[in-house]
Design a protein around this ligand. Structure first.
Ligand code: FAD
Length: 469
């Protein structure tokens, strides 16, 4: 094979593309990966999961030092914010991660190309570098992993200073006094809570009459209460209709969907977090006749193949939750299929998490969804207030809820709000992956004292056997 001939050409180095490329290389496929940006890792590593979690962590420490240390007998006289250092730390965390990927490409003998990838024929991808030079790679198969981009509202165009997407919201150089977050989904709540903790007065405007989309609303109530305690305000069932950029901020006009009343509010910064759309610009879909759905997502079959043989797509660019771990699993499954193995993704066990304070974590179906489907179930619930470790930590808000099939006891879902639930959810994910029951969880050892005992107690609660209270 020549230097530009491959078994697999991956377009896009986000979590879907880079993890898929690594799996393909591990299985012996000669693999190339093309990335248009200067660094690898896509949305997730550069302007998504990783920088947001770095700032969430830092801002939580800032609040803890001001308000929580005293209860532990630690006196802190004055807590100052050093935003440049906080941002520099975030940038360092991002750099460590993106450079880690370059190392993994080398280790796994994946050939990376920097430039814009465009499919010009089945098995042929043109790479156009920043200098305008092009080269053509040939490959038996092509994986489109070009991800997604934030949705821009026609009357709130991003300037990334006053009207920001996630990219601008992760790089503000000073704490805004006031911030409007348009959209009460995961990204809006996470990034809104960062700036709220750092001192901004944040108002979230949400079109729906609930936060967090389809997530368990009992969990959302606890989260909303927690965010309100931190000073965040919410306008639900409210539609943003216009905006005006002023010298010192942005004025946003909105309309209540319940009574039709309009009003306006001024803020230093507006974060638009109304969703993300698949990114396929310039990749050659139109020229190749690759089929898309009305939402612009590439249509694939159950083996991730598009309507053009040899061209596949995974991650945010296809249907399903826009999550890094979903993209990763699809990348792995596709690589395995292409290498002749039985790659598969179990979409029933994709966890969804909101990394706020408290956190929310979920897997499987909610009670609401089960009722809609007419499936009978039992619920076990356990509050962190009754968990010894949570009390020792001083973080007792929230609960764990386990839902199991009424007849078989098979776990159908778990919904948690509280301390470290982003970690706790995974024992339920594994249990569900093995088709486990609430009894399986309840009979498994859980070391004492741990937060995970709350998961066990909730599982015991399915059979009304809760012990700790
Ligand atoms: P992407 O990560 O978007 O990567 C696509 C890559 O393709 C990019 O690097 C892009 O430059 C490149 N590309 C596009 N077109 C071309 C082309 N023609 N040629 C070459 N390269 C190209 N998910 C979670 O699971 N957990 C979280 O905590 C989380 N937090 C988030 C926080 C924020 C603020 C945001 C915005 C997103 C978050 N997400 C989170 C979502 C997650 O980032 C995405 O689901 C994930 O990155 C999708 O991976 P992907 O590989 O499909 O695409």
């Amino acid at each position: 094979m020549s230097e530009t001939q491959f078994d697999l050409i991956v377009i896009g180095s986000g979590p879907g593309g880079y993890v898929g490329a690594i799996r393909a290389a591990q299985l012996g496929l000669k693999t190339a990966i093309i990335e248009k940006d200067k660094t690898y890792g896509g949305t997730c590593l550069n302007v998504g999961c990783i920088p947001s979690k770095a700032l969430l962590e830092s801002s939580e420490h800032f609040v803890a030092a001001q308000h929580d240390f005293a209860a532990h007998g630690i006196k802190v006289s004055k807590v100052d914010l050093d935003l440049p250092t906080m941002m520099a730390r975030k940038d360092k965390v991002v750099k460590q991660n993106t450079e880690g990927i370059a190392f993994l490409f080398k280790k796994n003998k994946i050939t990376p190309f920097t430039g814009f990838g465009k499919i010009i024929a089945p098995g042929k991808v043109e790479v156009k570098g920043a200098d305008g030079n092009t080269q053509v790679l040939t490959g038996k198969n092509i994986m489109i992993a070009t991800g997604s981009a934030p949705v821009e509202l026609p009357f709130l165009k991003f300037d990334e200073k006053r009207i920001v997407s996630n990219t601008g919201a992760l790089a503000l150089t000073q704490v805004p006094k006031t911030m409007i977050v348009v959209g009460g989904g995961v990204i809006g709540l996470e990034l809104g809570s960062v700036w709220q903790r750092l001192g901004a007065k944040v108002t979230v405007i949400e079109y729906a009459n609930r936060l967090g989309g389809t997530m368990d609303q009992e969990c959302m109530t606890v989260l909303k209460r927690g965010l309100e305690k931190e000073g965040m305000s919410f306008l639900l069932s409210t539609k943003v209709t216009a905006s005006k950029t002023l010298n010192d901020g942005v004025e946003v006009t909105y309309e209540s969907l319940t009574d039709g009343k309009t009003a306006s509010m001024k803020a230093d910064v507006v974060l638009v977090a109304t969703g993300r759309k698949p990114f396929t610009t310039g990749v050659g879909c139109e020229e190749m006749g690759i089929q898309k759905d009305p939402q612009g997502r590439i249509v694939v079959d159950k083996h991730f193949q598009t309507n053009i043989p040899g061209i596949f797509a995974i991650g945010d660019v296809i249907t399903g939750p826009m999550l890094a771990h979903k993209a990763e699993e699809e990348g792995v499954a596709l690589a395995e299929i292409l290498a002749g193995h039985a790659g598969h993704v179990n979409y029933n066990t994709v966890p969804g998490i909101i990394y706020t304070h408290p956190e929310i974590a979920a897997v499987g179906l909610t009670e609401e969804q089960l009722k809609e489907k007419g499936i009978e179930f039992n619920v076990g619930k356990f509050p962190f207030m009754a968990n010894g470790r949570a009390r020792a930590k001083g973080f007792t808000d929230g609960f764990v809820k386990i839902i199991a099939d009424k007849k078989t006891d098979r776990i159908l879902g778990a919904h948690m709000v509280g301390p470290s639930v982003s970690e706790l959810i995974h024992e339920v994910v594994v249990c569900m992956e093995f088709g486990g029951s609430s009894e399986d969880l309840a009979r498994s050892f859980h070391a004492h004292p741990t937060l995970s005992e709350a998961v066990r107690e909730a599982a015991l609660g399915v059979e009304k056997r809760v012990r700790q209270m």
